[in-house]
Design a protein around this ligand. Sequence first.
Ligand SMILES: C[S@@+](CC[C@H](N)C(=O)[O-])C[C@H]1O[C@@H](n2cnc3c(N)ncnc32)[C@H](O)[C@@H]1O
Length: 270
Amino acid sequence: MLEADKLFAGSIPENYDRYMVPLIFEPYAVDLARRATAFSLGAVLEIAAGTGVVTRALAPQLPSSASYVVTDLNPPMLDYAASRQAPDSRITWRQADALALPFETASFDLVCCQFGAMFFPDRVAAYREAKRVLRPGGHFLFSVWDRIEENVFADDVTNALARVFPDDPPRFLVRTPHGYHDKKMIRHDVEGAGFSRVEIDTRAERSRASSPMLPAVAYCKGTVLRTEIEARGAGKLEAATDYVASAIAERHGTAEVTGKIQAHVISAVA
Ligand SMILES: C[S@@+](CC[C@H](N)C(=O)[O-])C[C@H]1O[C@@H](n2cnc3c(N)ncnc32)[C@H](O)[C@@H]1O
């Protein structure tokens, strides 16, 4: 992962929430919130919450006495999440790096994190932090994307951009969001941080969009791929996005498009 890969700022939060979240994140957020209800939910910490898709799904499942601390490294993402959430006295918004959580030891029942771990420069250190802030017997629930070949639009976008920039293809999607999918390695890292009863469930969903332009805009403008494309020349973003849309249309048609997405959902006990 490059240092720049974790910078979700500028117009990325808005485009991320408008286009990426409905395209690929929503079904997994609903699933994560459903899984969370099996655990004790008195004190919940969310890490790398982004624009709050899990927060919106999980908050309604929490008891009225619960506390829910929602965090992210990048304040612009968290500000966006807070702006989308109805006032809720159970929720505290706080900027926090997963590698140095500003919370006391043994203070949460559940730590959850959807599609954040791929961005952590030292995952075992981040998992150790999650374990530290969990009460003994508390649960850690998180997800990561499977390999890019199992995620059709991400793969299409990457292949199309490799044709636009043959000498220097933007590799953000392969390198980071889809760069941590080896189940043996994930189990090794989680157990290495001191967790037990590690379970990994691989879950496929369908991504749907009303036109090929939507996934093109979502990936090219609503992720850090935007920064990578813009770094290859001012003014390249629009042409690259249009080319990606035409490549998706060629493969999936010009009307509604659908494609497989797949992720690993991991649970472990502190
Ligand atoms: C792909 S987004 C996922 C956001 C959200 N959980 C969702 O499902 O839409 C990854 C998030 O990880 C955050 N992030 C990156 N590095 C982080 C770190 N070291 N600690 C906490 N959050 C981090 C980014 O700011 C971004 O919001």
